[in-house]
Design a protein around this ligand. Structure first.
Ligand SMILES: NC(=O)C1=CN([C@@H]2O[C@H](COP(=O)(O)OP(=O)(O)OC[C@H]3O[C@@H](n4cnc5c(N)ncnc54)[C@H](O)[C@@H]3O)[C@@H](O)[C@H]2O)C=CC1
Ligand SMILES: O=C([O-])C1=[NH+]CCC1
Length: 279
């Protein structure tokens, strides 16, 4: 995944300076890593930054943690613009479902509950004990969440987990659909994050058929969603910029692909912070 970005600002570093970045991320996904002792993350990443004048390698950054946070951050932005902007916020009492409680499921749960007024979180994982562990961790973090009275439930089936949920995150490596239309209530937003056989493996075609699909990047979608046989409405960025209207339809899907620009910019920020603190 290669990114070239010119003329952008990192206001937390210097609001007047303009940055130029060439970055590349290498990412691997080895599902059996969880069975090692001690376990190793299944998704591992390394980010390289290159000098934009000479092309010379400038920094190599451990990118696993960056991948987790930037992926959850994209889903948070998508949820804000595709879901929270279409509902009546005064009566909003949103219920979140996390399908797959690994690294991504955990970070999405923490990010969503820290950012939005989530009253209930429903958890499901193939191995139930992992969902139970996340439930304990979230219980201990409640004081830091927007809604301090958050209710946390662990479910034995995906259907039970999503039945009352408004916002759903799918973050498994499942190669066949787990989420079907008949399981969903109306007015739901889905963040489809996991990569199985394809990016759209976790969600059944019937859900895509009845929903409005948004992506992080058209370029990514052209390469990585060739087998998705349903129309894509637009990029989340196009909704943010007002090029596309905020959806009013009840079912929206953010098909998360992951963008190299996210990794390159966060990588650049970390290098700048490192160099600033060295001085
Ligand atoms: N869209 C994006 O930008 C990104 C997507 N991903 C993808 O998200 C998914 C999750 O990544 P991580 O949380 O890092 O992995 P992880 O291995 O930490 O978590 C995956 C969870 O899903 C469960 N799971 C795995 N295979 C399953 C299956 N066949 N059926 C049901 N449950 C299953 C596991 O029990 C585990 O708890 C992966 O497919 C990964 O490739 C990861 C990073 C970025
Ligand atoms: O953007 C990314 O890092 C990934 N997308 C799918 C798996 C990892």
């Amino acid at each position: 995944m290669l990114a070239v970005l010119n003329n952008y600002k990192l206001s937390s570093i210097d609001e007047h300076k303009t940055f130029h970045t060439i970055g590349q991320k290498l990412v691997t996904y080895f599902q059996d890593n969880v069975n090692l002792q001690p376990p190793v993350p299944t998704t591992l990443a390394t980010i390289c930054l290159f000098d934009n004048v000479t092309g010379k390698l400038r920094s190599i950054i451990e990118g696993t943690e960056i991948t987790s946070w930037r992926t959850a951050a994209s889903s948070l932005v998508a949820t804000k613009y595709l879901y929270f902007n279409r509902i009546d916020k005064t009566t909003a009492d949103s219920v979140l479902a996390i399908i797959g409680c690994g690294v991504q499921g955990r970070i999405h749960a923490i990010g969503m509950c820290s950012t939005f007024n989530i009253s209930t979180i429903n958890l499901w994982n193939r191995t139930n004990s992992k969902a139970e562990s996340l439930a304990v961790e979230l219980e201990n973090m409640k004081a830091t969440f927007q809604n301090k009275n958050l209710k946390i439930y662990v479910h034995n089936s995906v259907g039970e987990c999503v039945a009352e949920s408004d916002i759903i995150v799918t973050a498994t490596g499942n190669r066949t659909p787990l989420l079907f239309g008949h399981m969903l209530k109306t007015n739901v937003h889905i963040n489809a994050v996991g990569y199985g056989q394809t990016h759209h493996s976790e969600v059944d075609g019937g859900v895509y058929e009845n929903g409005k699909i948004y992506v992080d990047s058209w370029t990514g979608a052209e390469a990585e969603l060739k087998t998705l046989n349903y129309p894509i409405e637009g990029e989340v960025g196009e909704v943010i910029n007002g090029v596309k209207e905020t959806p009013t339809q009840a079912l929206t899907i953010f098909q998360s692909l992951g963008m190299a620009v996210e990794d390159a910019v966060v990588g650049q920020l970390i290098v700048e912070l490192y160099e600033k603190n060295k001085k």
